[in-house]
Design a binder for this molecule. Structure first.
Ligand code: BTN
Length: 268
């Protein structure tokens, strides 16, 4: 199986569209690629960290991200925020859309949906148990006298044989499961960078509303009954799309509309 390689990744990056300097840290092992980037000093440009394995890969809500060696993509990028921070409220959703575009470019379409805000799920034909292929974890760095920065961490299951390693807390899947073939991680990382940077640029210039149609096609939660744990209590409601800034619209049994920025929920 191929190892991570900076030259191969760079050979797939579209330098006619991405002009900012990019610095790579490709590591054999690290606790978490997000954590690694967070501890680096400020630098202009984009700093990227990928690892062959993570000993403490992190998911949202303090969950663990399963990171077996040499099989999958554990990718993080750190970059400065350009424009108002409020433009970035839809960043998880837009990152998920960039992952979907990457899958499309690899010739994989139709079978994926996004479960707001950031789970990429695979809907296998004749199965009503969608499986998680990818997720992202966004963190914000603010330091006095420095521009705000974002860390976008993406886990994408590529070459794991997931049926041999079932996870206790979720159904997961990989591109190998879906296609029956192994995939080149360096190529996927290069293409992911292209789509991610293009999407972030669009988000900073035109806001989340410019992704509205794309989101509607990808929305895997719309129309589903959910139970959300919000800071002020539990809400049962029907997921009804997202606002122009990417908040989830939830309509409860009394027809009251709630706008949700984050929170854990379960499907009812
Ligand atoms: C989630 O779905 O809960 C988010 C998962 C994010 C996992 C990625 S793997 C690369 C980066 N480093 C981490 O520790 N987490 C993210």
């Amino acid at each position: 199986m191929e190892h991570l390689n900076e030259n191969t990744i760079r050979s797939h990056i579209d330098t006619s569209k991405i002009h900012q300097p990019m610095f790579f840290h490709l590591l054999d092992t690290v606790d978490s690629t997000n954590r690694f980037l967070k501890d680096l000093p400020f630098r202009n440009g984009a700093t990227i960290c990928c690892a062959e394995t993570q000993t403490h890969g992190r998911g949202r809500f303090g969950r663990k991200w399963h990171s077996p060696p040499y099989e999958n993509i554990y990718f993080s990028v750190r970059l400065g925020v350009e424009g108002p921070l409020s433009h970035f409220s839809g960043l998880s959703l837009v990152t998920s859309l960039a992952i979907l575009e990457t899958l499309n470019e690899l010739g994989l379409n139709d079978h994926f949906k996004i479960k707001w805000p950031n789970d990429i799920l695979w809907y296998q034909t004749n199965s009503n148990d969608p499986k998680k292929l990818s997720g992202c974890l966004i963190e914000l760095i603010t330091n006095p006298n420095q521009p705000a920065e974002l860390i976008i961490g993406i886990g994408l299951n590529v070459n794991s044989q997931t049926d041999k390693h079932p996870l206790p807390d979720k159904s997961w899947c990989s591109l190998l499961d879906i296609t029956g073939m192994t995939h080149n991680r360096n190529l996927i990382i290069g293409k992911l960078i292209n789509h991610l940077f293009h999407h972030i640029n669009q988000l900073s210039l035109n806001g989340f509303q410019s992704f509205s149609e794309q989101w509607q096609r990808a929305d895997g939660l719309k129309g589903q009954a959910i139970t959300l744990t919000a800071p002020n209590g539990i809400i049962h409601g029907l997921a009804s799309g997202v606002t122009q800034s990417g908040q989830l619209i939830l309509i409860d049994g009394d027809c009251k509309t709630h706008f949700v920025s984050s929170g854990e929920y379960t499907l009812a």
